[in-house]
Design a protein around this ligand. Structure first.
Ligand code: PLP
Ligand code: ZN
Length: 411
């Protein structure tokens, strides 16, 4: 390791919520050494609050490094960065009216490097790999995570191995190869890709940056929560709908909001924790199934199918953390049909001018479901997501447009 501090001095430890264990940062840490479950970062929030009032954030810029005080790296550590985060929170006035909610906002994540919010997590994981002296990274991916990992590996000058399902849209593979990554395709889902990575890119030579297999992707995704709070004038919406695959962003927001209350950046007297909604699709809904049956863990979803490749995660590794965030916030978990998701893609593009990805559009379909059921009320403020660019999903867009053509010719 470098002979200057690489980690934030306020980063105290990496904790395991599953077994209560804890480890320091003196050596590379992937998952809990005692039980093998995910690790989460713990900071000295009182020290951070004393040094960094929220008014001081502006001096750290407008991208996600604005929140550097609550991120893992020391100021002396020159991070690899590509301009990630700092994305718009767009008011969707027309859809708010149509859905009869007081306010509807969309966190628009496609301006990120490699056009998805995966940049937020992978920038932290790659910098973590560098901080721990790792020489190469590897991961299974449904598309966007691989592209972000490949971009940061290229910027860092380290090799990257990616395994993706063989039906991953070609745009992702072209992009990953352009960045110099080695890419292999496998039959099946991201779970099968994970098995290939274990053999083809074993640790310790290859640092595994799969979702929750190292502690820092979560820290990057946490900035979604910081940005929403600051963009809403240090207040929070009533409900946030998040398209849930591996669940990093959902768990990250839950942690971010709790950190902000402790930091005093959010005022508990006037601001309440939003209900967090895990949105999945009917063709792959392991978290919804576990939520509905009251389980603390999810079981593997067999035969997962959906054009929303980022939601085709049949066995999320952080299942218990996702379910804890959903239940702890008083939220819920909903599955939308593939058709409703495709129609929502058309609705967002035609009504609001955003060429959304299918995963993001699923959150609009879910909001409509919760308005119909009454679980979201007319006076409420809701946030939905566009997690990446629709341009990388030609098959989903062809299917969506074919539905519209079909509806038009039938009437
Ligand atoms: C990965 C991905 C998701 C799911 O995000 P998680 O944090 O893994 O739950 C949603 N949308 C897109 C576009 C993705 O790439
Ligand atoms: Zn443990």
């Amino acid at each position: 390791m470098a002979n200057f501090p690489v980690f934030n001095r306020a980063l105290l430890a990496l904790d395991c919520p599953a077994c209560g264990g804890s480890c320091d940062l003196s050596q590379p840490r992937s998952v809990c050494p005692s039980c093998g479950r995910p690790l989460v970062a713990r900071y000295d929030l009182a020290a951070i609050a004393a040094q960094t009032p929220r008014e001081a954030l502006g001096r750290f810029g407008t991208d996600l490094w604005r929140y550097r005080a609550v991120l893992p790296f020391a100021p002396e550590f020159a991070v690899v960065r590509l301009g990630e985060g700092g994305t718009p929170l767009l008011p969707l006035a027309r859809l708010a009216e149509r859905l009869e909610v007081a306010e509807l906002w969309m966190k628009e994540e496609s301006p990120n490097p490699t056009q998805s919010f995966k940049a937020r997590g992978l920038v932290m994981a790659v910098n973590g790999a560098l901080a721990w002296g790792r020489k190469g990274i590897a991961l299974p991916s449904a598309g966007n995570a691989g592209s972000a990992a490949a971009a940061y590996a290229a910027a860092a000058g380290i090799p990257c191995r990616i395994a993706v399902p063989d039906d991953t849209p070609e745009a992702f593979l072209l992009e990953q190869r352009a960045f110099g990554a080695e890419v292999r395709t496998v039959r099946g889902t991201i779970s099968d890709a994970g098995k290939l990575i274990a053999e083809w890119a074993p640790s310790p030579e290859w640092w595994n940056v799969a979702t929750f297999k190292e502690p820092f992707r979560l820290e990057g995704k946490k900035t979604l929560g910081y940005e929403i709070a600051e963009q809403m004038g240090w207040s929070l919406p009533d409900v946030i709908l998040y398209p849930t695959g591996g669940g990093t962003g959902l768990v990250g927001m839950w942690r971010a909001f709790r950190e902000m209350f402790e930091l005093g950046w959010l005022d508990a007297a006037t601001t309440r924790m939003p209900r967090l909604v895990a949105v999945q699709v009917a063709g792959c809904a392991p978290i919804v199934r576990a939520f509905e049956s009251g389980e603390e863990r999810a079981t593997m979803w067999e035969g997962a199918v959906t054009l929303a490749s980022g939601l085709r995660v049949p066995g999320p590794f952080a299942d218990s953390l996702i379910l804890e965030a959903v239940r702890g916030s008083g939220g819920t978990a909903v599955a939308v049909s593939e058709h409703d998701m495709l129609d929502a893609m058309l609705e967002i593009s035609a009504e609001e001018g955003v060429f959304a990805c299918p995963e993001g559009a699923a959150t609009l379909a879910a909001l409509r479901q919760l308005r119909t059921s009454g679980e979201v009320k007319p006076g409420e403020r809701a946030v939905i997501y566009d997690t990446g660019s629709g341009l990388k999903y030609p098959e989903a867009w062809r299917a969506a447009l074919a539905r519209r053509a079909g509806v038009e010719s039938a009437t």
